[in-house]
Structure formats: C-alpha cells, structure tokens
Design a protein around this ligand. Structure first.
Ligand code: AMP
Length: 211
C-alpha cells in the first residue's frame, strides 16, 4: 500500500500541480483544506460565513474547525490520500497524526523553495476548478485568454491571490512551517524536494520516491 502523503510548502510552491498529477498517475485521492473551506464559502454555509473574512486576509482559520472539516471529508479505511494545506502548524501536525492517520504509514513531502519569488508566481496564478489545471500568466498562459485549455471552463483568479494577501500568507507560512518540517524530520518521514525545478522534474523525483 502506498503511504499517505502530506504536502508541505509555501502557497504557490507547486503542491496543487503535483497533487493533480499524483492523482492521475498513482491513484491518490486529493484533499485540500483550502478547497474544502472555499467550498463552504461558495455554498454560503454557516461555517463558510464564519471563515470568509479570515481567508480573505490570508490568516489561518481555527485549527479545530479545519480538523473537523478534514475528518468529515476523508476515510482512510481503504483509500490513500494526499493532504494538501494541512497541517499548517505543529498543533495541526500532531492532530493529523492522532485523529486522522492514527499510525497509518505516511510521508511528508517538503516543497522547498525560496519564498520571495513565490509572490509573483501566485499573483499570476489562474485556476481551472473542474479540470484541476493550474496556469500562470507569465510562465504557462492558457491558449485562449481566461479559458482552460483542457475543459474550456472559465479560469478563476482566487480572491486571496492578490499581492497584499499573498504577502500576509507568506508571513503566516514562515512563522509556523519550521516546526512542522522539524516534526516530520525527527520522525524520519520527511522527503525534501527542490520545488524551484520545472514541474516535470519535480514530478519525476516524486515518482522515484514513491515507486
Ligand atoms: P490554501 O488553498 O491552502 O492556500 O488555503 C487558503 C486559505 O484557507 C488559507 O490562507 C487559510 O485562511 C485557510 N486554510 C486552509 N488550510 C488551512 C489549515 N490547515 N488551517 C487553517 N487555515 C487553513
């Protein structure tokens, strides 16, 4: 059985792009707490209304609330998951182990990258929700402006992908990610990936690690 995968890394480091390929080629299930939260906001649920402002500012949503949402949306009994966007701090890493993984074999992949270059990457990011394709207006523009090459759907510019919010998201990341990386390293479960490489090279490394 393949290990459950926990993707760590700054916003824009390529976690979503790689997750989409791992789903296609290795049969993983992708679970992103950011996507789950955005889904709640879009549906206008009570939870969505509570978290909207926090998300728009780039701060972190309450740990327990995100953990509950995660637990409600994954079932480890016969599936292998990619956890994307969770854990964001040491408390979440411990909670993931205690309440979700419960000893199931897992590896944490650290998308290592100089985060100063990421602000430009994210502000130019455009997302196709249905197909999962991720574009960049500078480095991977769609063939037709505003449309996904694969599905033709309208591309989305996430509300929190603006420069001010992105800078805050990077600061939030810098202050909480170190202990998470140290935690998995101490457990011998950490895989470091140079996320500044081209996406194909990152995927090749990941595939080798998983095979
Ligand atoms: P993401 O799509 O992972 O960049 O997440 C977008 C936003 O959702 C973040 O800036 C947070 O406001 C919120 N969020 C996502 N995952 C978490 C988490 N594990 N803990 C707290 N807040 C989260």
């Amino acid at each position: 059985m393949k290990p459950q995968l926990i993707l760590l890394g700054a916003p824009g480091a390529g976690k979503g792009t790689q997750a989409a390929r791992l789903v296609k080629e290795f049969g993983y299930n992708h679970i992103s707490t950011g996507d789950l939260l955005r889904g709640e906001v879009a549906k206008g649920t009570e939870l969505g209304l509570r978290v909207k402002q926090v998300m728009d500012s780039g701060d972190l949503v309450d740990d327990q609330l995100v953990l509950d949402l995660l637990k409600a949306n994954c079932d480890l009994s016969n599936k292998v998951y990619i956890f994307d966007g969770f854990p964001r701090n040491l408390e979440q890493a411990k909670a993931l182990e205690e309440h979700v993984l419960k000893g199931t074999p897992s590896k944490a992949v650290n998308f290592d990258m100089n985060i100063d270059v990421l602000v430009e990457r994210i502000t130019n990011r455009r997302i196709a929700q249905k197909s999962g394709e991720i574009y960049n207006l500078l480095t991977r523009p769609p063939k037709v402006e505003g449309k996904c090459d694969v599905s033709g759907e309208d591309l989305i510019h996430r509300k929190d992908d603006n420069e001010d919010t992105v800078r805050n998201r990077m600061n939030v990341f810098k202050s909480a990610n170190g202990p998470v990386v140290d935690y998995y390293k101490a457990e011998g479960r950490l895989i470091n990936i140079d996320a500044a490489q081209e996406p194909d090279a990152v995927f090749k490394t990941l595939s080798e690690v998983l095979s």
